[in-house]
Design a protein around this ligand. Structure first.
Ligand code: CAA
Length: 389
């Protein structure tokens, strides 16, 4: 990998990246196919990732995290995703969709109670926004949180919750005042052991099969009012702010998948011979390699740029939605392009489960869908650029 001069990495960044690469190649890559096949949740390796500090990279050490910056986070995540995108999304959701929002909007007590076990990797965090009838149009959720003295009573159905079947804690978004639409949404921190939480069936998925995804159903689930994150009505903005961080994570996941698929294709093109020469010597293949490499490096620049913008926003409080959406849009479409080309370059072997290339192809697709589809990223980017709706 090139260290691009406009994004100089510190010695600490490089050390973390190398440690993550070493760990991912030794501990995750060898088991990725087996867990993809079985669809089992990789509890043991996730625990080890916690012990390495990967589950709360930007969380201050006081709350059990590694206390590093946003660039460090994407560098480590990229290496995990190169080995296995399913481990990658579990890490991304823990870091971005869960810890980031509580760090930004939580009280001191909430940070201690709800971040510490997750950042240390002892427990798993999840984010519940989507509902069966509201995905892209997230502001039209139907689930309700009703105040009852010192409690809120949560009712509703959340879908596509990454780590839903195994999560210990959830950030949940529900309507407290439906008349106000988006401004009537509030955010809550919920212990997964609370009575009234029902875990729906695990989704059978095309890719990232070792990451568990399910519905979470709330049936008269009573939580203390002190578990509300931010003020009543702040929930939609909290959800969107958190998704900006999440989108950098998914862009990084896409980058990792693309890099793995590219490396396999590059090597295969140099070894496989047809018509008396390595297939990479044919322009038809060589130009594919050129396009794959160029798009990967462009993705990397957009991602590092978004990570640096996110880091700056910790001081300024400013938004980095544009940078995050551009990174996710470009990197996820690059992952689809690169994995598609990699399968094609491998020919029949690309279609076989003997090699990981078909898994990269299946894993890539979700990056164009979750945490905002490519269409939603284009909407965010165009609205920010034109101020038109
Ligand atoms: N940061 C801060 N505030 C934001 C914001 C952001 N990124 N985006 C919007 N807002 C604010 C707006 O400024 C506006 O505030 P005001 O009313 O004060 O002006 C308010 O929120 C409403 O914004 P919009 O009018 O733009 O809202 P909208 O209804 O048009 O929706 C949207 C905008 C971009 C389409 C948004 O709904 C969206 O991002 N949808 C996609 C949802 C998504 O990504 N879902 C994935 C869920 S997670 C998942 O995939 C599962 C998993 O576990 C991984």
């Amino acid at each position: 990998m090139t260290d691009l001069p406009i994004h100089p990495l510190t010695a600490e960044h490089k050390m973390l990246r190398d440690t993550a690469r070493d760990f991912a190649q030794k501990e995750i890559a060898p088991i990725a196919a087996e867990f993809d096949e079985s669809g089992e949740f990789p509890h043991a390796t996730i625990k080890k990732m916690g012990a390495m500090g990967f589950m709360g990279i930007e969380v201050p050490e006081d709350y059990g995290g590694a206390g590093m910056d946003s660039l460090a986070y994407v560098l480590a995540l990229e290496e995990i995703c190169k080995a296995d995108a399913a481990h990658g999304v579990i890490m991304s959701v823990n870091n971005s969709l869960y810890c980031h929002g509580i760090l930004k909007f939580g009280t001191e007590e909430q940070k201690k109670k709800f971040i510490t076990p997750i950042a240390s990797g002892e427990s798993i965090g999840a984010y519940s926004l989507t509902e069966p009838q509201s995905g892209s149009d997230a502001g039209t959720m139907k689930s309700r949180a009703t105040r009852d003295g010192d409690f809120y009573v949560l009712n509703g159905r959340k879908s596509w919750v990454t780590s839903g079947p195994v999560a210990d804690y959830f950030v949940v978004f529900m309507m407290t005042d439906p008349v106000k639409k988006q401004k009537g949404v509030s955010a809550f921190l919920v212990d997964g052991k609370t009575k009234g939480i029902v875990r729906g069936k695990k989704e059978p998925k095309l890719g990232i099969r070792a990451s568990a995804t399910s519905e979470i159903i709330f049936e008269d689930c009573r939580i203390p009012a002190e578990n509300r994150l931010g003020e009543e009505g702040d929930g939609f903005k909290i959800a969107m702010t958190v998704l900006d961080a999440g989108r950098i994570g998914i862009a990084t996941q896409a980058l990792g998948i693309a890099e793995a698929a590219y490396e396999a294709a590059r090597q295969y093109a140099g070894q496989r011979e047809a018509f008396g020469q390595p297939i990479g010597a044919f322009q038809g293949t060589g130009f594919k390699i050129a396009d794959m490499k160029t798009r990967i490096e462009a993705s990397r620049l957009l991602i590092y740029n978004a990570a640096i913008a996110k880091e700056k926003s910790k001081e300024s409080g400013g938004r980095y939605s544009l940078e995050a959406s551009m990174a996710k849009l470009f990197a996820s479409e690059t992952a689809m392009f690169v994995t598609h080309q990699s399968v094609q370059i491998h020919g029949g072997m690309g279609y076989s489960k003997e090699l990981p290339v078909e898994r990269y192809f299946r894993d890539a697709k979700i990056t164009e869908i979750y945490e905002g589809t490519s269409e939603i990223q284009r909407l965010v980017i165009s609205r920010m650029e034109t101020n038109l709706r």
